[in-house]
Design a protein around this ligand. Structure first.
Ligand code: MOS
Length: 764
């Protein structure tokens, strides 16, 4: 969990100090003159659009087999009898693993192949065969008899007396997370109004374009995994520990991947299964999950119920905030979920009296895990819907209410924010963008359509932190290679880091190659998560290149018999301060060859006296058809604070993607599980609707580009997760504005909208 805490921006300062190449020794960039800050296309764009970019499933190694996993058809039970002899006898089958014929490896709270199954999709057995078809046939020939056990699908019933016990230590997955400051009872006693509301959010599925999976190969006792992962070093450490190998006997490679959204932060069972199948069969094994397996067993956003109470004075000042959140996390605590539903209640508004509680509960459903801003997407729906209700109750402008409770401090850590005005700036930019007149209008029947506007704000981490490292080398022709043990999960990490390296050395983008995605060559970097990758690795890259640059100055002095103190580095050249001489870096590199200039840099700690957070405000404009219940998001203004914008094109891409994913979560994405059988009904892309272009609103990106110079040496913070956070409450608040009905359950399906309208009609 340590790594994850770091991702979420709660990690403490590094206990180790390496003064030499520490990124804190770098002066903050004042102005950008090189490639950073420019909207350049991704460096791998051509490889991706031509199909040359290789993903985990694109490996075709000599002799490679295909793995497949047999999954439980029932939500809870014991494997009473398992006979794989017919599968083993099938031509083309090279290995079969099950609970009585596999190493008894533990995975989280269970065994890799556990004789107890706890959700539909739980792993029961695995095969490797020469073709995917043979593997599928072999699975069908495994005879399994299950003894069904009573099961439980929702959190309330799982906590009730006499509920089926999912793990030996009970259905409460962990100690409740509790937080308090001030005196909440007094806060409510002082309030003029108290809002008391219950919100629920649904289970949503990640549906990364590329599913989970890997290709595993053993050579001389060493394992290579081509894995679709957000953390190559995390996978290496976890696989090595489980298989009792030393770290350098496991190599994890992620050249390109088609998204993860949090579901690929940690090692899942398939990585170990692929490795064991490959060892058993003495062949490389590729094991990619199909879409059904992906949606049954490889993560989801846990459903929540949040009981929210807000107390406020007539003028809008909050006197108390209280929330109890219950999350149904499924059959396993995967780790990496860190779903912090209550965090935003603690930080977003200035309030002396706050009490929060969060329970994580096991259910007989697929394990949940981190999903783009885990906890915050859910929590902000509750908090920002409640704030909207409070604004209505007090007849205050919803933005004015938020600004009346503005805080420049992180109240949890009792520290000033590194950007105390960050959120204020988002409000201002959102307001001015929302006033622009170019709102498109849909051709819906005018009489049936009501239009409305809603707002929601948020805060989040994304400031990055140590440890992370970068190594740089200058080739004889003046081109630069930078090596890091990080991965690009599809966000544009490779491109942003290339821009930062080129900017620091003052050379063209085309002369820089960033090498990432391989634990064998790259030094440690954390998982790509918490929106922290650029802010974590960027300063390390700058430090490595600056270190190399300092050596270039030294080398120039020796080569040209100069006093080193009279020389400095300027835009790809070494110049004499009096302007009488200068040498281009490639001249130095060529003169030195085959000697080589290298550099090593590391990410320093964050400023101890500041809290580095990101912020955002979104304004949604919706049209609601009161006859059909259809909600159409016509326009959405997104104003986010991510500090310095290293690449406006990539930032806009994250905002468009996050908003679109948020629209799906707000309006229709929901995993449905059959109450009678525990079987998920829509673990596919036919019945589980993700948004298409037709569902995407016109997104107005109102980015700030104010370097957060107090945060780190590049002044940049994350933007990966934030754009999804406030979408649902902004839309729900707009629906209220349009039709006067507050819907407290996500998603806002047509059926829910119509039911709410009918209830309001009866009541009114
Ligand atoms: Mo993120 S949900 O930390 O990939």
């Amino acid at each position: 969990m340590g790594h994850i805490d770091t991702l979420r921006g709660t990690g403490g300062p590094s206990p180790v100090s390496f003064e030499d190449f520490d990124s804190r020794l770098l002066p903050a960039w004042e102005t950008l003159r090189g490639p950073a800050g420019r909207p350049c296309p991704r460096v791998e764009a051509a490889a991706k659009v031509t199909g040359c970019a290789r993903y985990s499933g694109d490996r075709h190694l000599p002799g490679q087999l295909y793995g497949a996993i047999l999954r439980s058809p029932i939500p809870h039970g014991e494997v009473e009898h398992l006979d794989a002899s017919r599968a083993r006898a099938l031509p083309g089958v090279h290995a079969v693993l099950c609970h009585h014929d596999a190493p008894a490896l533990r995975w989280r709270k269970c065994l890799l192949f556990d004789p107890r199954v706890r959700f539909v999709g739980d792993e029961v057995a695995a095969v490797a065969a020469e073709t995917p078809q043979q593997a599928a046939d072999a699975l069908r020939l495994i005879d399994v008899r299950y003894r069904p056990l009573p099961f439980v699908l929702d959190a309330d019933r799982a906590l009730a007396d006499g509920a089926p016990r999912i793990h030996a230590d009970g259905n409460l997955a962990e100690e409740p997370k509790r937080y308090a400051r001030g005196d909440v009872e007094r806060g409510f006693a002082e309030a003029d109004v108290v809002m008391d509301l219950v919100f629920t959010t649904q289970a949503a599925l990640h549906n990364s374009l590329e599913s989970h999976g890997c290709t595993a190969r053993w050579e001389n006792g060493s394992l290579t995994l081509w894995e679709s992962t957000q953390g190559i070093h995390q996978i290496r450490a976890d696989v090595a520990r489980h298989l009792e190998l030393s770290d350098n006997r496991v190599r994890v490679i992620t050249e390109h991947m088609g998204g993860g959204f949090g579901a690929k932060l940690v090692m899942w069972k398939h990585s170990l299964i692929a490795a064991l199948l490959a060892r058993r069969s003495n062949r490389p094994v590729q094991l990619m999950l199909d879409r059904t397996a992906e949606n049954l067993a490889a993560g989801n956003r846990n459903p929540t119920r949040q009981h929210v109470r807000l107390g406020a004075k007539r003028d809008g000042r909050l006197t108390a905030i209280e929330v109890t959140a219950v999350a149904a996390i499924g059959a396993n605590a995967v780790s990496g979920e860190s779903s912090n539903v209550t965090g935003v209640y603690q930080r977003l508004y200035r309030c002396a009296n706050v009490r929060t509680e969060q329970l994580a509960v096991h259910t007989n459903t697929g394990p949940s895990c981190a999903f783009r801003a885990p906890g915050y997407v859910e929590g902000v729906f509750g908090l920002e819907s409640a704030m909207d209700a409070l604004a209505r109750e007090l007849a205050l402008d919803p933005m004015a209410l938020r600004l009346a409770n503005y805080t420049e401090r992180d109240q949890v850590r009792d520290l000033l924010y590194s950007a105390p005005d960050g959120l204020r700036g988002c409000h201002a930019r959102a307001a001015s963008a929302a006033r622009s007149p170019d709102a498109p209008h849909l051709k819906l029947e005018a009489q049936a359509v009501r239009r409305g506007v809603g707002i929601a704000a948020h805060e989040w981490g994304g400031g990055g932190s140590p440890p992370a490292y970068a190594w740089a080398k200058l080739n004889a022709d003046g081109t630069l290679d930078v090596v890091m043990g990080v991965q690009d999960i599809g966000t544009g990490t490779r491109t942003g880091l290339t821009q930062i390296a080129a900017e620091e050395l003052g050379i063209d983008l085309a002369r820089v190659t960033v090498h990432i995605g391989d634990t064998a060559t790259g030094p440690f970097a954390p998982q790509s998560g918490g929106s922290a990758t650029l802010a974590t690795l960027g300063p390390a890259v700058r430090a490595a290149v600056a270190d190399l640059g300092a050596r270039a100055v030294d080398a120039a002095a020796r080569l040209h018999d100069q006093d080193v103190t009279a020389l400095c580095r300027e835009r790809g050249r070494i110049v004499r301060s009096d302007g009488t001489a200068e040498w281009r870096l490639e001249q130095i590199a060529e003169a030195l060859a085959p000697q080589m200039l290298t550099g090593a840099g590391l990410r320093s700690g964050n400023p101890p006296e500041r809290s580095v957070r990101t912020f955002g405000v979104q304004i949604a404009e919706v049209a609601v058809n009161v006859r059909t219940g259809e909600v159409v998001v016509e326009r959405l203004v997104a104003a986010h604070d991510c500090g310095r914008v290293i690449n406006p094109k990539l930032v806009a891409s994250q905002i468009l993607g996050g908003v679109t994913q948020g629209v799906g979560f707000a309006l229709f994405e929901e995993r449905l599980v059959d109450e009678a059988t525990g079987v998920p009904l829509n673990a596919n892309l036919e019945d589980y609707h993700v948004p298409t272009q037709a569902d995407a609103p016109a997104v107005v990106v109102a980015p700030g580009d104010r370097p957060d110079t107090a945060a780190n040496a590049i002044g940049a913070k994350g933007i990966g997760e934030p754009p999804m956070i406030p979408v649902a409450p902004a839309i729900a608040n707009a629906v209220y504005d349009a039709v006067g009905v507050r819907i407290t359950e996500l998603p806002l399906t047509r059926a829910r909208v119509l039911a709410a309208l009918a209830r309001a009609g009866e009541a009114g």
